[in-house]
Design a protein around this ligand. Structure first.
Ligand code: ATP
Length: 133
């Protein structure tokens, strides 16, 4: 049947370019599922795994914010960082998680706390994706 073309692009590389049946992202105002023939849209993404389906099989990629555009059965995600499960360094993500948790326990106010929260979300999303099968 009809497919969607999913492109995930970071400043460094094209992380994914595949024909898929379904895409699910976490946008600022909630989860957003996209199937073929979806109306055009632009959404801001949270730090969260992006799920996609090919022939009934689910896959995922960790996406750290950015934007998604849907137009003419092309889904384009432009994001500062995205990783497939096999490209995730689990120990690095664990270290990042611990570092962020430690910073949050120090209860600093302001920008450092906001940064630590984002770093923690990136680490947790990567750990989720690395363990997804
Ligand atoms: P760290 O503190 O470990 O660097 P971070 O969340 O600050 O983590 P980012 O700034 O989001 O890292 O990403 C910088 C680059 O490193 C991106 O290209 C991202 O894909 C990659 N990256 C970050 N963490 C991992 C990981 N655990 N495994 C593989 N690649 C990673």
């Amino acid at each position: 049947g009809k497919k969607l073309h999913l492109e995930i692009i970071t400043p460094d590389a094209s992380v994914l370019s595949e024909d898929v049946d379904f895409v699910l992202v976490r946008a600022l105002d909630g989860d957003l599922g996209v199937m073929p023939s979806h109306a055009p849209l632009i959404a801001s993404l949270r730090i969260w795994p992006l799920y996609y389906e090919i022939d009934g099989k689910r896959h995922c990629v960790s996406v750290a914010q950015g934007f998604m555009e849907v137009n003419n059965n092309v889904v384009t995600v432009i994001t500062p960082a995205a990783e497939k499960p096999e490209d995730i360094d689990v120990e690095r993500a664990e270290r990042a998680r611990k570092r962020a948790e430690k910073r949050l326990q120090e209860h600093q106010a302001g920008i450092d706390e906001v940064r630590a929260e984002a770093a923690l979300k990136r680490a947790l999303s990567r750990l989720d994706v690395a363990n997804y099968h």
